[in-house]
Design a binder for this molecule. Sequence first.
Ligand code: PAF
Length: 283
Amino acid sequence: MINAVHKIEEVKKQVNEWKKQNLKVGLVPTMGYLHEGHKSLIDRAVKENDKVVVSVFLNPLQFGENEDLDKYPRDLERDLEVCEKAGANLVFNPEVLEMYPESSCSYVNVENLTKGLCGAKRPVHFRGVCTVLTKLFHIVSPDKAYFGEKDAQQLAVVKKMVKDLNFNLEIVGCPIIREEDGLAKSSRNIYLSKEERKAALILNKSLKKANSLMENGERNAAKLKEIIENEINSETLAKIDYIEIVDSENLEKLDKIEKTVLVAIAVYIGKTRLIDNFTFKLN
Ligand code: PAF
């Protein structure tokens, strides 16, 4: 079984050896409890690189005070199995103090793109994501790093950070992986009761309806948002956090569909907050 490496210096040493041999290194950053979505990122990384590092680190910095850090699911043994089967070469699983010694007081913040969508109610979230990714990029020095399109805002923010701060790597976005019935795979799906699991289908259903209207020429963002809203509100267990139609790169709100847009939603099903989205490209 593949072993987890817990120390930063050990990862750096291994990566240095690979780099000396001119090998391409891919990084798949995760918070563990790996599912098919993560596996698809590792599969892609294995195809496109000589060596693949998967980080499994539940990053406390990206959780707000009343969020689910304490109950976030963990299963390192299973994660190691998934990584090994998928062909990863190293799993980096540091302790919190290894990543953030008590003296640690530096943060990375991407402005503008982090104000809306998930950032509106999760004010420290993206600062935590950008800080941990900056550290991981420095520790692993990957040629490419892989992210799911399900976290569309995260992907846009990370791309912007890499561009603004001249990180020397390519960010690769990978398609959303769904259950057979359309629910986007997420580590948080485990929180859903049987009844809530059924109710959660409303996210994908409402987005599909909007997508089909857009394909048939609807260009009015307010109208599309209202249709998504009505659809979600037809499900009694669902409570809308946000429905937004934004420019897919700078995440600014749009009134009209005139370019490539991101349609993104966050919905509480019971106490579980789920997100989903699609990107609509105008030809
Ligand atoms: O998407 C996630 O799982 C996390 O936000 C990430 C990118 C691993 C950073 O902790």
